[in-house]
Design a protein around this ligand. Sequence first.
Ligand SMILES: [Zn+2]
Ligand SMILES: [Zn+2]
Length: 226
Amino acid sequence: MLFYDLHIHSCLSPCGNDDMTPHNICAMAHIKGLDVISVTDHNTAGNLRAVSENAKKYNVLFLPGIELNTKEEVHLLGYFNSVDNAEGFSKYCDNYRQKIKNSPEYFGRQYYMDSEDNILSEEESLLISPLKLSFEEAVEGIRSFGGVPVPAHVFRGNGIINMLGFIPPDSGIKCIEVNGNDVPPKGYNILRSSDAHTLGDISEPIFSLDCDNNIASILACLERKA
Ligand SMILES: [Zn+2]
Ligand SMILES: [Zn+2]
């Protein structure tokens, strides 16, 4: 059994606090007693390598992730079996980015960091802007890099049920994320992660996955028949 939080934003997400650094996130996950975490920045895998190195130091399993904002403004998480694959997918997403300039005073700063929490650079385009990829194209794209697509916070904000009213039946989605007391629809594996933008919001060890302590087992668990 693994206690998890698979939806955490680093300081590369405009809405993520500046102290959501690779080291701080992993240290907090360790303090809280989580077994596995994922960092899922908006439309980018840019800080995953630095987080992954810190996760190793703290003996926390790291699942490489991303949170896409699709053309329909639906939030879709993607989980990958390696940082390489997540970065490959992130690069693929670059082709579908709108070049809208970030306004740091309004949206917040977007920092690329190394594993020592040094700022490498600041992203100038607004990462949270919708990609020119439909939900179905985004699902296909994630799968083509060996990833697992998981619609985020489905009943809230930019969640798919809130935005479109349903989960496209042909999309092959097997796992969804729900929040708080939202009652999940039947027939899906369910994740309940924090969507933390601050260190304090990272989950306590409450929600767990019934799988082995490795990435392949977790991905298989998300994709198994519910
Ligand atoms: Zn979201
Ligand atoms: Zn999020």
